[in-house]
Design a protein around this ligand. Structure first.
Ligand code: SAM
Length: 296
């Protein structure tokens, strides 16, 4: 059976660098706050073999169902968003030698039309990582005020203001919008000028996904909890995929570096490790950045 015939569901990003930088040792325990399909977890457990004192978190039910191989070995699985899971673990007084956050979406989330993340596979306008949540992309697209749609496309999609306004107007006049294909067509038709490699709806889809899953607030909330969850000498790695996430991680690490004797973390990566240069065979790694810190 070759890997080409049976590719893994999700190829872990920057795996080699994660292993080198986190340097897992036999017996160490591990907290994966975005366990996904367990790609990073499997490689880390292969070195630590400490399943019973480790915890895997994911807010996606489909990912949870792929993590049972670990719970069968005694690993705790938490079906929760990582900000809430981290708060709960801090309250319980838990601590870990190794922590990883691999932000963003997994390949199966993006590739399955029914999850509604993709403009290339037509599906319902959903985009929820956690299906227990009521708020979907369809709710946002069909009920949000113009000013909120403009802000979302401008801030989270990093589109110019004039473009964000044009797309917001097109969305509002086309309501009700129910499918990803319909939304992608509306954006494509209101796009001005030529486009080559990147579909004009790419950034708007990213923006709506960030909005629906409240992705940036999740990262803001989890960062200050990380030192509390690390044992002395413990290592944490954060992989981000877009500049807005990376900015939050970078800012928190910079604050730590500046806080002198009060700092709880030593920053190991002055500059982030880039997937574009370090993991060129994995297309998902192109925009990935890994930052690592150690608990003092
Ligand atoms: C890039 S994938 C992780 C893949 C994983 N490292 C692997 O190797 O299989 C990101 C995962 O994080 C989950 N996720 C994203 N944001 C989350 C959040 N705020 N709380 C919990 N899980 C989250 C997604 O559901 C997805 O399964």
């Amino acid at each position: 059976m070759s890997i080409k015939e049976h590719p893994p569901l999700h190829v872990p990003v920057l795996l080699n660098d994660v292993l080198v930088m986190l340097d897992p040792k036999s017996g160490e325990n591990y907290l994966d706050l975005t366990a996904g399909y367990g790609g990073h977890a499997r490689a880390i457990f292969a070195q630590t073999a400490n399943y019973t004192e480790s915890t895997l978190v994911d807010r996606d039910e489909m990912a949870q169902s792929h993590l049972t191989e670990f719970s069968k070995k005694g690993t705790q699985l938490l079906h929760a968003d990582f900000a809430s899971a981290a708060k709960q673990l801090v309250e319980e007084g838990r601590s870990y030698n190794l922590i990883l956050l691999d932000l963003g979406v997994s390949s199966p989330q993006l590739d399955r039309a029914e999850r509604g993340f993709s403009f290339t596979h037509d599906g319902p306008l959903d985009m929820r990582m956690d299906k227990r949540q009521a708020y979907t992309a369809e709710t946002f697209v069909n009920t949000a005020k113009r000013s909120d749609i403009v802000r979302c496309i401008r801030e989270y999609g990093e589109e110019p203001l004039s473009v964000a306004k044009r797309y917001a107007d097109a969305i509002i006049t086309s309501r009700p919008i129910v499918s990803t294909g319909q939304l992608a067509d509306i954006i494509r038709q209101s796009h001005v000028g030529k486009w080559q490699k990147t579909h004009p709806a790419t950034r708007t889809f990213q923006a709506i996904r960030i909005q629906v899953n409240d992705e940036l607030r999740q990262v803001e909330e989890v960062m200050p909890l990380l030192p509390k969850l690390l044992k002395k000498g413990g290592r944490v790695g954060v992989i981000s995929f877009h500049s807005l996430e990376d900015r939050i991680v970078k800012r928190y690490f910079a604050e730590q570096a500046k806080s002198g004797y009060e700092a709880e973390l030593d920053i190991v990566t002055k500059h982030p490790i880039s997937g574009a240069t370090q993991d060129v065979h994995n297309p998902r790694s192109r925009s990935a950045k890994l930052r690592v810190a150690v608990k003092k």
